[in-house]
Ligand binder design. Structure first.
Ligand code: ATP
Ligand code: ZN
Length: 291
């Protein structure tokens, strides 16, 4: 059932690993709202959008049913919870992998070794299709939590769970061996909302902003002064200075060079830029890049 007041509803995780980054990226998009995990709704004061704070597991269904028009959720949850795979935009945070892990001394090494074994997971649907794709017959032990304890409790021979650094697995004496899927936070939409004229337009506007913020991530705006004849050399030092803005300065023969560069590139080459004659080098953060 779609709300009829014309405002968009975006479902996000109320409190968990995705919450902080989700709120951060929405604020970076210029949305003004007060977010508290105590309230279900947080209205944006400068955009026709209300945030709906819920458990991440419910987000795919809410978006599919139209309880929310948009949702920000991990691909892992999306794949497990609904057939709606239409991802509007990958958001570049919440990176993790769904992995099969085994006890350190287990003889299980590859997918085929799982044949006839018990695998504990809270991702039965995703695991079942992965095993089917690999033509492996194993027992899926559906758990509701504390999956990492399953081998110790002899409930399972292996587990299939989310891993980001692998340190939790190691702490529990487990070794991640097989990646079932890679995951990151994604923006998903209700298909009807996308088709709706008013809501579709709002979603497009939000998408342009989100893309702009993602585009700006890891990039810096670089400004420096240099002798005009040093510009080709500066471009050799920073190849991404493909088409810098070059502005003449009042001092004859001197120019200001402006360009967008990746932040890691800049720190590597700063000394060489100075040797090539660059001075007054300024690096500033970029909030958004609209192409
Ligand atoms: P909720 O109370 O909303 O159900 P939860 O406990 O199920 O929360 P979190 O642990 O907060 O979920 O994880 C939310 C999402 O964060 C995961 O579904 C996954 O997409 C992502 N994520 C990133 N890194 C990790 C990690 N190391 N472990 C688990 N999830 C991770
Ligand atoms: Zn959850």
């Amino acid at each position: 059932m779609l709300a009829t007041n014309g405002r968009l509803k975006l479902a996000l995780q109320r409190s968990g690993r995705l919450t902080e980054d989700t709120v951060r990226i929405l604020r970076l998009c210029g949305l003004t709202f007060e977010f508290s995990k105590q309230s279900l709704y947080s209205p944006c004061s400068n955009f026709n959008l209300d945030l709906l704070a819920v458990r991440d597991d419910d987000i795919p269904e809410y978006v599919l049913d139209g309880v929310a028009d948009l949702g920000i959720v991990g691909e892992n949850i999306l794949r497990e919870r609904t057939a709606n795979r239409k991802i509007l935009l990958p958001l570049g945070f919440g990176m993790c992998r769904l992995m099969i892990s085994v006890p350190q001394r287990s003889s299980i090494k590859k997918v085929r070794d799982l044949s006839g074994k018990r695998i504990g997971t809270t991702y039965p649907f995703t695991l079942r299709s992965y095993l089917a794709e690999n033509k492996v017959n194993a027992d899926i032990v559906e758990l509701s939590g504390s999956v990492e304890l399953a081998p110790t409790l002899d409930v399972a021979d292996a587990i299939c769970d989310i891993v980001s650094t692998g340190s939790t697995a190691r702490m529990n004496g487990l070794r991640p061996i097989i990646a079932v899927m890679n995951s990151q936070a994604v923006l998903v939409a209700n298909p009807k909302s996308l088709r709706d004229k008013k809501k579709g337009t709002l979603i497009d506007r939000l998408l342009i902003r989100l893309r702009g913020c993602l585009e700006a991530q890891g990039k810096r705006y670089l400004m420096m002064n240099a002798p005009a004849d040093a510009v080709p050399q500066l471009q050799r030092i920073i190849p991404s200075l493909k088409s810098p803005t070059v502005v003449p300065l009042a001092e004859r023969g001197m120019v200001a060079v402006h360009s967008v560069v990746a932040e890691d590139v800049f720190w590597d080459v700063m000394e060489r830029l100075k040797q090539a004659g660059a001075s007054d080098i300024i690096v500033v953060p970029i909030e958004t890049i609209i192409r």
